[in-house]
Design a protein around this ligand. Structure first.
Ligand SMILES: Cc1ncc(COP(=O)(O)O)c(C=O)c1O
Length: 362
């Protein structure tokens, strides 16, 4: 089977060199040298400051919400992976969904503005598929309503907008370094904070809330630390990131050329680079989407309905039945993500293109 994604497995000798150092030091976790090295290299590579590495992207969201004081309600996108909203519910925050832009599939600033209530404490847009949201629109909205903007930037590794990292927008951006992501640490994540105080608070929060010493309990916290073993993997993956991005871009271009005029794709934000983290296509209808899924499956190809269902239709998350989010519901019903990972062979890319075409004509 050709899966929708396949983790990068770095060179074993390289991993072993790092692991030997870890074993010699017997320093396996607790902000060790490899976590600090990876933090510095990522800050440099991504062009950001105040980066905190975490055990995964879900904890990154939870800690970002907590560090910015959310405990009631936040306005967010329904067209995302469930973690954006479930991390809120887990913290006792009610996600209030607003609809997305029909062309980019990012949260719409005007719809988000209309969804704000007296209890809203933040706006949480998602750079879905790595496609930046209308960050300027959200900056204006955040300032006008005095609300922090926290981006779920889990898909946005290495994307820049108008020449600077998209992670520099907003009060915080969270990343996922899960094994299936284009850059990974097996499990892992990160948070970039604009504000130094929030960064310092979150640093304590990921380590049980401890301050300068183990006896100094500065704030309630959680254990969200990245281990040295995970950082070692990340350092190895980071060494090959340019080749990874290059091959992903080739595959994405091949899909676009091969399916031009057959399927639609979300419009990319003007001025933004593309990281080819995902290969989304939009079919004409849910029926056609299911036919394409079947046609691919019969060829041994697994495509995924990312992101389905639209979260505003999930009963656990519903806060306002009138907030229908029809654009998100429609997009979720007919969006598919095709396989994309560096060692996907050219023949397989062609097979997938043919499978999509066959499904569209069925
Ligand atoms: C948009 C989004 N948010 C959050 C997450 C959660 O990240 P993690 O799997 O690292 O916990 C993911 C992971 O796939 C994601 O796609």
């Amino acid at each position: 089977m050709i899966q929708v994604t396949k983790p990068i497995t770095p060179n074993l000798d390289q991993v072993q060199k790092y692991l030997e150092k870890v074993h010699t030091r017997a320093w396996l976790t607790n902000n060790g040298p490899l976590v600090r090295e990876l933090t510095e290299r990522l800050e440099d590579y991504l062009g950001v400051r105040n980066l905190i590495l975490t055990a995964n992207g879900t904890l990154a969201l939870q800690v970002a919400y907590k560090a910015l004081g959310l405990d009631k309600e936040a306005v967010t996108s329904p067209f995302t992976f469930v973690a954006t909203a479930s991390a809120m519910k887990w913290q006792g925050i009610t996600p209030r969904f607003a609809d997305i832009e029909a062309d980019t599939l990012g949260l719409c600033p005007e719809k988000a503005a209309a969804a704000i209530t007296g209890a809203t404490q933040a706006i949480v847009p998602v750079h879905v598929y790595g496609n930046p949201c209308d960050v300027e629109g959200f900056e204006r909205l955040g300032q006008a309503r005095k609300l922090p903007v926290i981006y779920d930037a889990s898909h946005t590794f290495s994307v820049s907008l108008k020449g600077r990292s998209v992670l520099n927008w907003g009060d915080a951006s969270t990343l996922s370094f899960h094994a299936t992501k284009l850059f990974h640490t097996v499990e892992g994540g990160g948070i970039v904070f604009k504000d130094d105080d929030a960064y310092q608070r979150a640093h304590k929060m990921i380590n049980f809330g401890l301050g300068g010493s183990p006896d100094d309990i500065a704030t309630p916290g959680i254990n969200a630390k990245m281990s040295e073993i995970h950082a070692a993997y990340g350092l190895c993956v980071l060494d090959s990131i340019e080749q990874v991005l290059e091959r992903r871009a080739e595959i994405l271009n091949a899909y676009r050329e091969g399916m031009n005029g057959v399927v639609k794709i979300p419009k990319w934000r003007e001025g933004a680079t593309q990281n080819a983290a995902y290969a989304p296509i939009l079919l004409e209808s849910e029926q056609q989407c299911l036919k394409v899924l079947d046609a691919l499956k019969s060829e041994g190809v697994v495509a995924r309905r990312y992101f389905y269902p639209s979260l505003n239709t999930v009963s656990e998350f519903q806060v306002d039945l009138k907030a229908g989010c029809p654009i998100s519901v429609d997009a979720a019903s007919r969006a598919l993500c095709l396989p994309i990972y560096p060692d996907l062979a050219d023949e397989d890319v062609q097979k997938i293109i043919e499978g999509v075409k066959a499904g569209c004509m069925a």
